[in-house]
Every structure is written in structure tokens, then in C-alpha cells.
Ligand binder design. Structure first.
Ligand SMILES: [Zn+2]
Length: 489
């Protein structure tokens, strides 16, 4: 190593190891990725031949030729970390840090360096799915209604781990339980992605989440609490401003990072044709009031122009689906800066088997609609995230990232890669103070960002489909600085 790179590396390592400035901030081990090509989540250029240093859970240094050995003096009083020499080729990676206080050496720390040779693979941000349902993705058909709740929760724990193995380090869960599982994941008890939970999907009587039987009465007319609402905490049926406020506030109490309501007909639901509009202006406004008082936002399930327009004119920040939208809707979404998360559904025969004829006919309409929606998004420059909405067929969840390439007729590779990384991270950040993960940005490879990182065999800028196939080309997955998958060893 020449003098120049040595001194540059030294300066950067000062930031890496010594901020905030205290001896106890020197970790026992850091991770250094060597020889990777970086897609940083936003730039069109992949930067070749880089190294990335991860200290604790954050990316601390990116550059060429970061040293794997060296000795440093850390002055506790000033926080200054100075590189004194390169360790002569011992062959063992590690930093020796001498802690100095008041001019005297107080102790010497050994900092291990776990060196990962990327072998020229692409290092990029962990994938993000902005529309996922941990519970419904893990459920075979409607089995969640029939099984013991703890069995369903067990399937969710397995699916949380599978998400990481496929390279998804964050999900935005747009209806369903999971607050306890999120806590266990965040505590490191079980493997899983970062989870941005909406809690129950809030819907009206006869709306998208009304799962009562035809002859059953709603609660207000002496009906009982349906299983999806009471036991499984998947959804909640409300009518009127007061009930809406209570439902939103209950989700916020659980720790929801955003609120999801249904404001138009649904494919899977029994009583609402696709063309209907659900919740009045006043009810939607009530949800937005309660969420924005908590510093966060409301999103909605909706397909039609009328429903989308009613939603965004009452303050929704994002729209889920939108496959039946028109030009006016796309234009107004773009003007208001509203994000769309639409799904490129294709006719899936495995869904045919579990759908009624009515459900199937609605599904086909949505399948027909998304390509026009993609065209309008492109034409009017609507901000678009990526969310799969995989449900009811756990065996097919490995296709999660395969959905991305379906947008290829309308979007370039870089546009699609941004959707699944940095744009989705923008959507997650809409939660503001309710964002559970605030130490650094997500969806980017940058100094100070969360160390949510995947190593990909090949160049996704040339072919985004290599991110799919159940993570077959993803050699390594790191979330929050910890490695959950590594096929390189
Ligand atoms: Zn959904």
C-alpha cells in the first residue's frame, strides 16, 4: 500500500471506529467486504473494485483498498484515531487499537476484521418489498382461518426467515398480525427482515375486509367478532368517523408504522364488486387525521380512478394496486407526489383452484389492467415502488423478486433496481417518527447507511432477473450488520 491510500484509509477509519468518540465504542470485530462492484441503490454506474467496511450495524467506509491490518492510537479525550503503522504481513486480518487517555495508554484493544472476498460480485442494498403480508404469504389458501393461531404464527416465523434467504431485508406489511414477531426479530431472537407493520386492514361493512358470512350481522346489529378480526388480527370492519378513529389508534398503539385502509372493491373479498368505492370522504379524512397526528400516513387498497382520487384528495401518501387507473388519476398522483405500489399479476393457475368464479373474474380484470397502469406511470412520471402482494401459496413465494422483471417493457433496469431498493426505502421513510429504524437510511449503499447488504453473482444492471429464483444468485445476505446467509464459505 502506498502512503496516499494509507493515509486516506486512516482518515476514513477514524470515522469508522471512533464515532461517537469513546473507547467503549471500539467493537470486537468489524466486517470488510473486499473486491466488490457496487450498485448503491440510486446511481446508474456500478463502481468496480471497491471495498466496504461495516462497523456494528452501519456501513462506515467505502473505497478502494481498505486495509485489513493496522495499528491505531485512539485518544479518548479528543476521539482522534490515528493510524501508526501497517502490521507487517502477518497474514492475519485485524486492527490493534491503543486507547489513550490524558496522554497515557490505558489499554490495547484487538479489533478482529472478518474479511469477505466478494470475488467481483455485485454488492447492493438488501431488497425491499413494499407490499407484503407475512401472515397471508405464509398461509396455504385460507388455512389461517382453520388452524390454531399459534400454528399460523409459526408459519410466519418460517416465512420471515425465508424472506432473508431470498435477499429481502425489509418488508412493508400491508395488513396482518406480526408485532410480536417483529419484536423477536428486532431483538435477534429469530431471523427475519425489518418489518414496517400496518396492523389490521381497516375496511367498511361489505368492504374488502368484511369476512362475515352472508347471513351474519355486523357487530353494531348484534353480530359477533369474526375470526380475522378478533383472533387473527388481520383486519377490522368499521363504519363512521368514531370507529375509524378507534381502529387507527388501536393499530398505532400496537406500533404500526403506517395505516392501511380499503377504499374500493377487492378481488378476494366476497361482497364488493371492483367498481365500488368504500369509505366516505369523512371516514378517510378521519383515518388521515389520526395517523398524521401520530406523525405517519395512510395508504389504501384501491383499483379504480374514483377510489384513487377520493383517497389522494383526502391526504393518502401511497396507493396500493391501482390497476384500473386512468390518465386523470395518473396525472393527479404525479402532481401530488403520491407513490403507487402496483402488482404485475399474471394469470396464476394455482389461484384458479382456490378462487370462486366471482373472485376469478375480478382477478382477470386486474391482470388485464396492470400493463396500462405501468404505461401511465411511465408517461406521467408517477413515483412507483415495488410490492408483490404474494398470498395464499407459500410454495410460490420464491418468485418474489421475479416479479420485478415483468416491468421490463416499460422501465429500464436501473429504474426497476431503484424501485426495489431506494424508492421503496423512500416509501418506508414516509413513516417519519413512527419509522422503527432510524439510525441510518435504508435502500442505499452509503457511509452511515444501515448495513443491509446482498452480494449478487452477476450484474443486475444487465439483467434484473438474477435477483429472483428464490435468491439462487444471492450469495450473501447481511441485515443490520449481521450475516444471515453466506454461501461463499
Ligand atoms: Zn395486499
Amino acid at each position: 500500500m502506498n502512503f496516499l491510500t494509507g493515509s486516506l484509509a486512516s482518515a476514513a477509519l477514524t470515522v469508522a471506529l471512533a464515532l461517537p468518540a469513546a473507547a467503549q465504542e471500539v467493537p470486537a470485530e468489524v466486517t470488510l467486504f473486499k473486491n466488490v462492484n457496487i450498485f448503491d441503490g440510486t446511481s446508474e454506474e456500478i463502481v468496480q473494485g471497491q471495498d466496504v467496511l461495516v462497523v456494528r450495524n452501519l456501513i462506515r467506509q467505502i473505497g478502494a483498498d481498505i486495509p485489513t491490518t493496522g495499528t491505531y492510537d485512539l485518544d479518548v479525550s479528543t476521539g482522534r484515531l490515528e493510524r501508526t503503522q501497517a502490521l507487517p504481513g502477518s497474514g492475519v486480518s485485524g486492527y490493534t487499537v491503543t486507547v489513550i487517555e490524558g496522554g497515557a495508554t490505558t489499554e490495547t484493544r484487538q479489533v478482529g476484521v472478518k474479511v469477505i472476498d466478494g470475488g467481483g460480485r455485485t454488492l447492493m442494498p438488501g431488497l425491499i418489498d413494499a407490499h407484503y403480508h407475512l401472515m397471508l404469504a405464509a398461509s396455504q389458501g385460507d388455512n389461517w382461518r382453520l388452524e390454531q393461531p399459534d400454528y399460523t404464527h409459526a408459519t410466519m416465523v418460517v416465512e420471515a426467515s425465508n424472506l432473508l434467504q431470498r435477499g429481502f431485508t425489509s418488508i412493508r406489511d400491508t395488513a396482518g398480525p406480526g408485532f410480536g414477531i417483529k419484536k423477536a426479530v428486532d431483538e435477534g431472537m429469530i431471523p427475519g427482515p425489518r418489518m414496517y407493520l400496518s396492523g389490521t386492514l381497516i375496511s367498511q361493512t361489505s368492504g374488502h375486509a368484511d369476512r362475515t358470512l352472508p347471513f351474519e350481522e355486523p357487530r353494531i346489529f348484534s353480530g359477533t367478532v369474526p375470526v380475522g378480526e378478533g383472533v387473527m388480527k388481520l383486519d377490522r370492519v368499521v363504519n363512521g368517523r368514531d370507529e375509524m378513529l378507534a381502529a387507527v389508534r388501536q393499530n398505532l398503539k400496537q406500533g404500526a408504522s403506517q395505516i392501511k385502509i380499503a377504499i374500493g372493491g377487492g378481488v378476494y373479498s366476497f361482497y364488493d364488486p371492483l367498481d365500488v368505492t368504500e369509505f366516505t370522504d369523512d371516514e378517510i379524512k378521519a383515518a388521515v387525521d389520526a395517523a398524521s397526528d401520530w406523525g405517519t400516513y395512510v395508504t389504501a387498497h384501491v383499483y379504480t380512478p374514483k377510489g384513487v382520487l377520493r383517497g389522494i384528495r383526502n391526504g393518502l401518501k401511497t396507493i396500493e394496486h391501482g390497476q384500473l387507473m386512468d390518465e386523470e388519476t395518473a396525472r393527479e398522483m404525479a402532481e401530488r407526489g403520491v407513490y403507487l405500489i402496483t402488482q404485475p399479476f399474471e394469470v396464476e393457475e394455482n389461484l384458479r383452484a382456490i378462487a370462486t368464479d366471482v373472485q376469478w373474474n375480478k382477478y382477470v380484470q386486474v391482470v388485464d389492467g396492470w400493463q396500462k397502469t405501468a404505461e401511465l406511470v411511465k408517461q406521467y412520471k408517477v413515483k412507483m415502488g415495488f410490492g408483490t402482494d404474494l398470498v395464499f401459496a407459500p410454495d410460490t413465494n420464491g418468485q418474489q423478486a421475479d416479479f420485478l422483471a415483468r416491468f421490463a417493457p416499460w422501465f429500464s433496469n436501473i429504474e426497476m433496481l431503484r424501485m426495489i431498493t431506494s424508492t421503496n426505502a423512500e416509501i418506508l421513510a414516509l413513516s417519519g417518527p413512527r419509522n422503527p429504524y432510524q439510525e441510518g437510511p435504508l435502500g442505499v449503499i452509503a457511509e452511515g447507511a444501515y448495513a443491509d447488504i446482498i452480494l449478487v453473482d452477476g450484474n443486475p444492471m444487465e439483467d434484473v432477473s438474477i435477483l429472483g429464483n428464490n435468491g439462487a444468485n444471492i450469495s450473501l445476505v447481511m441485515k443490520d450488520g449481521m450475516i444471515f446467509k453466506n454461501t461463499l464459505e
